[in-house]
Ligand binder design. Sequence first.
Ligand code: NAD
Length: 424
Amino acid sequence: MISRLDPYEEAKKQLRVTSSILGLSEEEYEALATPERIVQVKVPVIMRDGKVKHFVGWRVQHNSALGPYKGGVRYSSETNLSEVMALAMWMTWKNSLAGLPYGGAKGGIQVDPFKLNQLELMQISKNYFSAITPFVGVDLDIPAPDVNTNPQTMAWFLEAYEERTGRMELGVVTGKPVELGGLNTRIYSTGLGVATIAEAAAKKLWGGIEGRTVAIQGFGNVGYYTAKFLAERGAKVVAISDIKGGIYSSKGFDPEKVKEFITKQGSGFVIDYQNVERRIANEELLTLDVDILVPAAVENVITPELGPKIRAKLIVEGANGPTSPEAEEILVKKGVVIVPDILANSGGVIMSHIEWVNNRMGGWITEDEAKAKLIQKMTDSFNAVWEFWEKRLGGLGGAYSMRAAAQAIAVDRVVRAMKLKGLI
Ligand code: NAD
């Protein structure tokens, strides 16, 4: 949900709309908008030339009414405090909507990780986590990977925590390597969740997903696994793209074959795949005459200019913030169903919760059990949002998007917890 506008201001604007739907007071709105704690740290790294360079990092803990804070840590030269504050707030809503016993947080370091070598990356990760260690913990705040961080980063975080506290608590971070208590389901959990939600929405709209045509923008972690699980469910993935452009086939692609080609034989880009009817630009992919569109690349790709040209009946947001607010208004008026990111891409954090519980129990959950739990939780969340949207906000044809319904359910849960605790 990041936009080119100030992200925290945007997040507050969305909260204003939700507050008016729920009839919250100004004091309640303020209590929800304000983060509980902002930690800023300076992270020293001995660079390869022997000089010490300092980077700035943050951990923003937005709200803990429902449980310990939870949210990823990103490494990006673009990140800033406003972005981390907005992402922390969105994590509160995402965790609440999923019915997880977590509050919301986010972390970030302002750094271009592609300019660091492995040793520098290890230092920045360990020193950042050491600096925020007084504020994290298995029952306090549980970080996870986000943009440009991965299971290796989590292993460094875990080691820094153990070094600093003398305690080996596997559940202090999630998204860890399997050797350190991570789950092998984590890699595909977001895509599995997006496909589960697309199927649930297709059932509501058409009675099922079998034979429905799908266009997917982005063929990374989320895009590829979404394509794979949708094809397994009988949908026809007719278009796929990545940063270089896209491919189209009316017969549908086998996503596993495309993936195999681009990783093993090709250049790494889908545009070089051979069995295609035609190659298409990203913009064309977004406006194809398909049943389902899954933006799974970057934010703000569905612009107000593209809004009127979009022909898909169902948009399932795999990426964070792919639809601009103005475009959403146009699409809602056109009767397009948009399943919002906080619902559609919550598979990752749900799997993180399963990992955290497993670590705390010293358990050995199986892959099938973890998958079944994820599918159940996402289906329940989808049904709750659909029902609220239809019964309280007029549903399809009404003035509100499904995002408004999702956010209202999420904020309402947090409000009720805060009231019970005497916080508002
Ligand atoms: P990724 O880096 O694995 O893949 C991104 C894909 O998008 C690549 O195929 C890339 O070529 C393509 N892409 C990049 N810029 C593009 C552009 N301008 N036009 C078209 N394609 C472009 O990333 P990911 O992990 O798959 O994440 C994708 C989105 O999903 C992001 O918004 C991310 O925040 C969100 N998300 C990811 C997860 C997760 O578990 N990975 C969870 C929740 C949300």
